[in-house]
Design a protein around this ligand. Structure first.
Ligand code: ADP
Ligand code: MG
Length: 387
């Protein structure tokens, strides 16, 4: 989905309050009645009317007529604006640049901070693929009354959960010294991290030392495990390769990304995910570089032994304590399973020899969908370590 930021600059404080009011009203109303918008935005009816028509024209809210009354709902564009506005207020994002990726469940943009330093904005858009396939009735699966009231189960709420989860793991891994982008901030379904100057392994045809790189990747898998974690989508799409000049040669540094599928080593299917991660790397190295290790494994039972050894931190436990609770994890996991969200592993399995993946994720525009939205506090979550 495109991110048209034109209107970002000319929205005035009343417009922002009105947009926020529609988001807040969406908690309990699928269609937010106009008087409620006026009430929540604490502005005069005249001002709110003006704002409403401007916001509707910019496709940030959409008019809906329901059986009893007319009102408005927030669009995905409107939610994007609210998230971006918060990230801008927190000085995490200054301006938005080009879109560099369209995933099945995310959009990736290059953004910059005030000093012009480039960063990556990842926008989670869970539910997009399912809507295309017309299975939208599924989104109402097993929603309890309480969940409905909170908007839980809706794809916007789930997109936020995915961003919260990904950011929590990114921070934990970064703090533990793993090779991952620097976390910069998160708000709603958006997260911001440093831009890695490199390419996905998938786009790399030749490496000077396949055995060395292979060993390094397996080492990363084992290291994650020792911290209590399994990536769950460890493959050539989610391993970026950065070149680093050293004395008289160039060293390839793998940088790990894409964490919404991470699981604890205590997860019921931990062994399955671990083996799948290992197999993805093995298969890719055989196909792409003609390299097959003569060592078997690594095996989950051995990796499991190293968990927490010598006082190693348990990042799975830390993340749970830091705010991405077990309950949230369960909600997201159930949603992902029900909706067939399975990361990049499926693409990685497909036999292919080309080195570009531009065809993998066709752009899906105008797929705006109506749903209830989740609202949260308006402050972006910054990284305490990087400011
Ligand atoms: P998805 O969940 O849709 O797979 P990813 O997080 O894997 O999203 O990002 C999709 C693509 O965007 C990556 O394969 C990579 O090419 C690019 N990308 C994502 N994050 C970064 C980053 N921090 N630096 C550079 N490129 C990135
Ligand atoms: Mg990915």
């Amino acid at each position: 989905m495109k991110l048209d930021t034109k209107a970002l600059r000319y929205l005035n404080p009343t417009d922002w309050r009105t947009l926020t009011a529609v988001e807040t009203g969406s908690r309990n109303h699928e269609v937010v009645p106009t008087p409620l918008i006026a009430n929540l935005s604490k502005s005069s009816v005249g001002d709110v009317q003006r704002s409403i028509s401007l916001l509707a024209k910019a496709n940030l809210i959409a008019k809906v007529k329901n059986a009893k009354y007319d009102g408005y709902r927030l669009t995905y564009g409107g939610l994007d604006y609210l998230a971006l506005h918060s990230l801008q207020k927190s000085n995490i994002v200054y301006s938005v640049g080009n879109q560099v990726g369209v995933g099945k469940e995310s959009d990736i943009f290059v953004v910059s901070d005030e000093k012009g330093e480039q960063r990556v904005l990842k926008i989670h858009r869970l539910g997009r693929v399912s809507f295309k396939k017309g299975v939208r009735n599924k989104r109402d699966y097993a929603r309890t009354k309480a969940q409905k009231e909170r908007g839980a189960g809706s794809w916007m709420y789930m997109s936020r959960l995915a961003a919260v989860k990904e950011y929590a793991y990114l921070q934990a891994l970064y703090d533990a010294g793993l090779s991952v982008p620097t976390p910069h901030g998160q708000n709603r379904h958006h997260l911001v991290m440093s831009l890695i100057d490199g390419f996905p392994l998938r786009q790399i045809d030749k490496v000077p030392d396949p055995a060395g790189l292979y060993a390094e990747l397996m080492e990363i898998l084992l290291r994650l495990c020792s911290f209590g974690l399994i990536h769950g989508d460890f493959n050539e799409f989610n391993i970026l390769i950065r070149e680093q000049e050293e004395a008289d040669n160039i060293k390839l540094i793998p940088v790990l990304i894409d964490f919404p599928q991470m699981v604890s080593v205590d997860h019921a299917d931990a062994e399955f995910y671990f083996n799948r991660d290992v197999e993805c790397v093995k298969r890719f190295f055989t196909r792409r570089f003609g390299f097959t290790s003569n060592e078997e494994g690594p095996f989950f039972k051995d990796a499991r032994q190293a968990v927490g050894k010598d006082g190693a931190r348990r990042l799975d436990v830390e993340v749970e304590a830091s705010g991405f609770s077990r309950k949230m994890a369960k909600e997201l996991e159930t949603y992902m399973r029900e909706h067939g969200v399975d990361g990049d592993a499926k693409d990685a399995e497909a036999v292919d020899h080309d080195t570009t993946d531009s065809e993998d994720h066709p752009d899906e525009e105008n797929d705006e969908e109506n749903d209830e939205d989740e609202t949260e506090s308006d402050s972006a979550v910054p990284n305490p370590h990087t400011g």
